[in-house]
Design a protein around this ligand. Structure first.
Ligand SMILES: Cc1cc2nc3c(=O)[nH]c(=O)nc-3n(C[C@H](O)[C@H](O)[C@H](O)COP(=O)(O)OP(=O)(O)OC[C@H]3O[C@@H](n4cnc5c(N)ncnc54)[C@H](O)[C@@H]3O)c2cc1C
Length: 482
């Protein structure tokens, strides 16, 4: 049977409600006043974009919400979405000294949301483009967090920036891939509009490699930034994989972002293959959209799953079930639709997974979501950029300080460089690449670390791998002239 939507709009509004709702002004002030405003605060060091957390929190205590948002957005232009989607337990909040005092960490993510929501709600722009353009043009491939981080920083430094994306709207996975109960796509779209107001031009519906060739960009641009992320789900390579109800988990999540919630088709019995954070997002949302049973099937044991422990706990609370040490060997069809999975037990020997012979059994499922990792875009990148070095794990090779690739005019960031991390890493790398581009194109090359010291940018020179002096104060001046 083809799958159908299972719940009505009123139920979906409840089950898909945000898991971290906003603070009231009073709650925000009380939470902010718990902060110890540590010198050399570990939360700053734990943030890949180096947001000066104690400074923005102190501004909240004095109701200076615009100032707080400025502190956040100058370091991380996607501060509003990171406030919602960052695994803060593993980053800033995980580093909070309150934990050493055996107290709850400061809720930095929710405070960050409080400040950034204020400027978004009141239409206040705290970032500005440079007063004058420097005459240089940069092309950015991909309007995801990496491309946006790079574009905003370059616009603030005086560059003319054009971003190309194959989707009809910007934001990348922030708009199309994040679990709906963590963040509404509108937050991401609002961030894109804020970057548009910095003078960045966006060209949507343009697939690089099909509609546009790099040779065209190379002629008209001084540098190119690759921020195209990763591709679709890896193939399973088993019979029945091409049945209509075997769906890439990313496509399922995109349905949730692009249709009314009561029109998202879901199976009654859903199998999710894989056990990373994408699998958790898929299984929890399937449950919340009405699946009677949603099961994660993972070929290794619980100890080896890559999902964060708090995501695993969330999925269990939502009623998801887990089948470890098992793998599908065939998708069974009835009348052209998915009816069941034939599964087999697995064994791990010297790190390699194998099927235990004779252990097969069959379980009924009507939707199979593939969350077994995303393909790397190796073929596309090889065709677009002959000579671009790509490592054995499919990541574009780069200088970690400047994000410059093996081709001097080409820079990279985000999942295309890392193989897949978090939104905040992608923004940080985009920003780092913008500074790398600026350093490579200007005679008085300037670059600073993405992580600032306690009081913003450190003074004086820092090492960078460049063979010319690095003057951070010049970069800072260029960024603040806007
Ligand atoms: C299901 C899922 C859930 C996630 N949840 C979280 C989370 O809760 N918190 C978190 O911090 N991180 C999360 N992540 C990770 C995070 O979304 C990524 O690390 C981040 O989006 C990477 O940014 P990026 O800009 O490198 O790539 P992307 O966000 O993938 O953006 C790449 C952009 O390039 C465009 N593009 C690709 N190819 C072309 C082409 N040929 N021509 C033109 N445009 C092209 C795409 O349309 C896209 O807009 C999640 C990832 C997934 C898959």
């Amino acid at each position: 049977m083809p799958i159908q939507p299972l719940i009505d709009a009123a139920t979906a509004a409840l089950t898909m409600a945000e898991t971290k709702p906003p603070f009231s002004p009073q709650e925000a002030r009380i939470e902010a006043s718990r902060c110890l405003f540590c010198f050399d605060a570990p939360c700053i060091m734990a943030c890949p974009t180096g947001i000066d957390v104690p400074t923005f929190i102190r501004k909240i205590t004095t109701d200076n919400l615009t100032g707080a948002a400025r502190t956040i957005l100058e370091a991380n232009v996607l501060g509003a979405s990171c406030a919602r989607v960052c695994p803060t337990q593993m980053l800033c909040e995980g580093a909070c000294v309150m934990l050493d005092l055996e107290k709850d960490p400061i809720q930095i993510g929710r405070l960050q949301r409080h400040a950034t929501d204020h400027v978004a709600a009141h239409g206040i722009d705290v970032l500005h483009a440079a007063h004058t353009k420097n005459g240089r043009r940069i092309a950015i491939l991909g309007a995801g967090p990496a491309g946006l981080g790079c574009a905003a920083e370059l616009a603030r430094l005086g560059y003319s920036v054009t971003v190309y994306d194959k989707q009809p709207a910007g934001g990348g996975l922030n708009t199309y891939g994040i679990a709906y109960y963590k963040m509404r796509p509108q937050v991401s779209l609002d961030e894109v509009r804020m970057i548009e107001r910095l003078g960045v031009e966006f060209r949507y519906g343009v697939e690089v490699g099909r509609d546009l060739q790099v040779a065209d960009l190379d002629r008209d641009h001084d540098a190119i930034f690759i921020g195209i992320g990763l591709g679709g789900a890896n193939r399973l390579g088993i019979p029945g994989e091409d049945l209509p109800e075997v769906v890439d988990a990313l496509d399922f999540i995109e349905w949730i972002h692009t249709r009314p919630l009561d029109q998202v088709p879901v199976g009654r019995r859903v199998a999710v293959l894989g056990c990373g954070n994408t699998a958790i997002d898929a299984v929890t949302q399937a449950k919340r959209l009405g699946a009677e049973q949603a099961t994660i099937i993972y070929r290794r044991g619980a100890a080896e799953m890559s999902a964060y422990p708090f995501e695993y706990e969330l999925a269990k609370t939502d009623g998801a079930t887990f089948l470890f040490d098992a793998t599908p060997v065939e998708v069974v069809a009835k009348d052209g639709h998915v009816a069941a999975l034939t599964l087999a037990k697995t064994a791990v020997h010297e790190g390699r997974v194998s099927v235990v012979p004779g252990s097969e059994w069959t379980e009924p499922f009507d939707l199979v979501l593939k969350a077994v990792g995303q393909e790397k875009q190796i073929g596309l990148l090889g065709r677009l950029f002959p000579g671009l070095k790509i490592d054995s794990r499919g990541r574009v090779e780069h200088d970690p300080t400047t994000m410059q690739t093996s081709l001097p005019k080409v820079f990279v960031g985000g999942d295309a460089a890392s193989g897949g991390r978090e939104v905040v890493n992608a923004v940080a790398e985009g920003k780092k690449a913008a500074r790398g581009i600026h350093a490579s194109l200007t005679a008085t090359a300037t670059i600073g670390p993405v992580q600032p010291s306690r009081f913003g940018m450190p003074d004086g020179a820092v090492g960078s791998g460049f063979d010319h002096p690095i003057r951070v104060h010049e970069l800072e001046a260029a960024l603040t002239q806007g």
